[in-house]
Design a protein around this ligand. Structure first.
Ligand code: ADP
Ligand code: MG
Length: 712
């Protein structure tokens, strides 16, 4: 077996399974080993109802007897299977005097618990009154006492077999279970010596890192969290190393390229600037003059505009694109999502129409029909299309710009260095290639920015257009959710819209975090018919996402329940409230980005962070303000850079599961804040090695089968 072999070399993987795995991006053994668990379940020892009720943290395992036949409650949207249970007597004995009183048969205070499953009516045939099982799930304290939602059910023997082991939870697709993936990974790991190491042993030791093979093995099947963390560090190092090497290579390849596309006079761009409905801010003026200086200078532009969300980066890029177009060249801007690309195109077209700018704006995205794509590509290839917006579709092989003078990437943190380079190469040679402008809303602490953007000049845009009212913020505990909904309802009644952000798409087994579909159901039940609720998440096909976003923009929905996919650049000025569930689980910078979805219009906007951490829960009804220090920082300041610096200080390594820190740079494993130590380590490692060694490692990266460092 070799790393690049198809997954079908693994026992038990046939063509049919291979097809399913392909949906997960897993085609080879290499891909399989890179398909890392997104979480682990460590089934805890069995506890008691009183313990669960008091602590209400994390999921618990309870040994319970059902005291009634499960019954189904039907609502228009969900049906709920409900059963009452009490602590089984054997546990009451085992637990000493604590569960006292449960033997009396009543459902007295502290002894009973209700179990609930949503849309799983078939369980009614499996569970019966009098049965004793181990139930594993999260407990919730409600008006009707303690309940457990969506518990997993085990026999006592089954539970004893899995207790205290780390069971990996993989990203899945229908028809593939975590268990099967774990089994195949195990098979792949049995074969020793197929995973090479990018680092030599002495280098590795000097850096204090695990070997690659050991790291890969432990990231899938760690003995404990300590082992897992060490493995993670090694893989984070690899990812940074590969990133830094790629940045360095890009810089080498590009050199101080001469300006092959000098831009002359730009009367049309200047007239657009005059006709804008508002004046550019001082920061925008400065960034624009940096850019125009580069476009007219002697060497090609390599510039990053780093500006907080809402600081108005787009118009700077538009003016640059227009300057290029009116000089007879082509310019293009790539955005990370179709929603964003389409929105840019639409806004720029409207702006051009209103200001009588005689340039058509083209859009190339994956969800266009083949015919439409062909048309746009033809216009690009003939040079007729001077301003082209799009997504990754722009960097397909058959896209060719004969006179590409400017390549812009918006929200650069969502792209790899490789993709930025691909875009710049659409016009041919890099060394004589276009001006490169990248825009990012992720304020990265300076020290890290210098490493991550080592090849770019940086323009920082501070502040935002002044006449905006600052967003009002608050942090609440779960007990205040209802008040928050009422607040949202009032905003909706006065004609505004709201976002509610939940971290996950699917119900998670091991964490008490909200997920989009279930949450939307709960909201529908709360608000009733009068409020229109739409749902958006990353798993939806791009076309569907666009459609949802467009319809939300047209105010065909009042509330958009979404994962963080809305985080990237989306602009719906009529939205005035954003409520972020499980806020304590996100990185501060991510929260700041998400919050930037509101405060884009003239009305006062609000951001509600829901802190669902155990301490916030414990505060119960009285809790108005969370004491979560990190979240309070967001209430205190709207300065993205200050937040990023704090993020770096406060984010301890460790809280990695469940939520990708998607507002930060989009690494697969590494987190620029939590793993800042690995980032600086990788940077100084690259600085310290000889030229030949650099070339050797870089070569290993592009071959891809030496070591598991991810390719960018
Ligand atoms: P970002 O930097 O996050 O990409 P955008 O470019 O999307 O921000 O700008 C945010 C909003 O501010 C847009 O609706 C844009 O039209 C508006 N805007 C940009 N510049 C100004 C300005 N100088 N004055 C008022 N509004 C502005
Ligand atoms: Mg933007």
């Amino acid at each position: 077996m070799e790393l690049m072999d198809k997954v079908t070399v693994l026992p038990g993987v046939g063509e049919k399974t291979a097809k399913l795995l392909k949906k997960l991006g897993v085609e080879t053994v290499f891909d399989l080993l890179n398909h890392i668990p997104r979480d682990f379940i460590k089934y805890p020892p069995i506890s008691s109802i009183s313990e669960a009720g008091a602590a209400e943290r994390g999921p618990v395992a309870l040994k319970l007897s059902l005291v009634s036949e499960p019954s189904i409650i039907r609502t228009p949207r969900v049906n709920i299977l409900k059963a009452m249970a009490r602590e089984s007597s054997s546990l009451a004995l085992a637990g000493g005097g604590r569960a006292e009183g449960t033997g009396q048969g009543g459902m007295g205070e502290g002894s009973g618990i209700s179990l609930k499953w949503y849309n799983m009516p078939f369980l009614k045939n499996v569970l019966h009154s009098g049965m004793t099982r181990v139930f594993y799930g999260k407990t919730v304290k409600g008006r009707d006492g303690l309940s457990m939602e969506h518990p997993r059910v085990f026999t006592a023997e089954e539970y004893a077999g899995i207790m205290e082991k780390m069971e990996p939870v993989y990203p899945l697709t229908e028809g593939i279970s975590s268990k099967s993936i774990a089994k195949w990974v195990g098979k792949a790991l049995e074969k020793k010596g197929i995973i090479a190491d990018l680092l030599k042993e002495d280098e590795r030791e000097a850096l204090g890192l695990l070997g690659e093979e050991e790291a890969i093995s432990s990231i899938h099947r760690p003995k404990d969290m300590e082992e897992w963390k060490k493995a993670r560090k090694r893989l984070a190092f690899d990812e940074f190393l590969s990133f830094i090497i790629n940045v360095q290579r890009l810089k080498d390849e590009r050199g101080a390229a001469a300006n092959s596309f000098p831009i002359g006079k730009t009367p049309i761009a200047e007239s657009l600037k005059e006709k804008l409905p508002w004046k550019l801010t001082a920061s925008q003026e400065k960034a624009l003059s940096d850019v125009m200086g580069d476009l007219r200078g002697s060497t090609a532009m390599n510039r990053l505009i780093q500006g907080d969300v809402g600081s108005g980066k787009t118009i700077v890029a538009v003016l640059a694109l227009l300057s290029v177009a009116e000089n007879g060249f082509q310019g293009t801007m790539m955005a990370p999502t179709e929603v964003l690309a389409a929105q840019h195109a639409e806004k720029i077209r409207t702006l051009f129409r209103e200001c009588s700018i005689p340039f058509p704006v083209y859009l190339l995205t994956g969800s266009l029909s083949l015919k439409e794509k062909r048309e746009v590509k033809k216009k690009i290839a003939s040079g007729e299309a001077c301003i082209v917006l799009g997504t990754h579709a722009l960097i397909q092989e058959d896209v060719y710009f004969p006179s590409l003078a400017l390549a812009v990437t918006d929200e650069q943190h969502r792209f790899g260095v490789g993709q930025r380079k691909e875009l710049s190469k659409r016009g041919g040679d890099l060394a004589t290639g276009p001006h490169v402008l990248v825009m990012s809303a992720t304020p990265i602490p300076r020290t890290l920015g210098l490493i991550l953007y080592g090849d770019l000049d940086i323009s920082v845009m501070e502040g935002r257009p002044t006449d905006r009212l600052p967003i009002k913020n608050c942090v609440i505990g779960p007990s205040k959710r209802q008040s928050a909904y009422k607040f949202i309802f009032n905003e909706i009644k006065s004609g505004h819209q709201a976002y509610i952000i939940c971290p996950l798409v699917e119900p998670s087994e091991s964490m008490q975090i909200e997920n989009v579909p279930e949450y939307a159901e709960k909201l529908k039940a709360f608000f009733g018919q009068g409020v229109r609720i739409a749902v958006l998440h990353g798993r939806m096909p791009p076309k569907e996402k666009n459609a949802v976003m467009e319809s939300f923009k047209r105010h065909e929905a009042d509330i958009l329940v979404s994962t963080t996919v809305v985080e990237v650049g989306v602009d719906v000025p009529n939205a005035t409230v954003i409520m972020i569930e499980d806020a304590e689980r996100f990185g501060l910078s991510t929260l700041h980005q998400i919050r930037g979805r509101v405060g884009r219009g003239d009305a006062q906007s609000y951001c509600i962070f829901v802190d669902t951490s155990p301490s916030a829960r414990e505060k119960g009804q009285d809790m108005v303000k969370s004491e979560n220090e990190r979240l309070q920082l967001l209430v205190r300041t709207v300065d993205g850079f200050e937040i990023a610096e704090e993020d770096l200080k406060m984010r301890g390594p460790g809280d990695f599961f469940g939520i990708r820190q998607s507002g930060d740079m989009d690494f697969r494993i590494a987190d620029i804040y939590g793993d800042a130590d690995m980032l600086t380590k990788a940077a100084s490692f690259v600085k310290g090695i000889k030229r030949e060694r650099f070339t050797e490692i870089a070569g290993g990266l592009s071959v891809g089968n030496k070591g598991l460092a991810l390719q960018l």
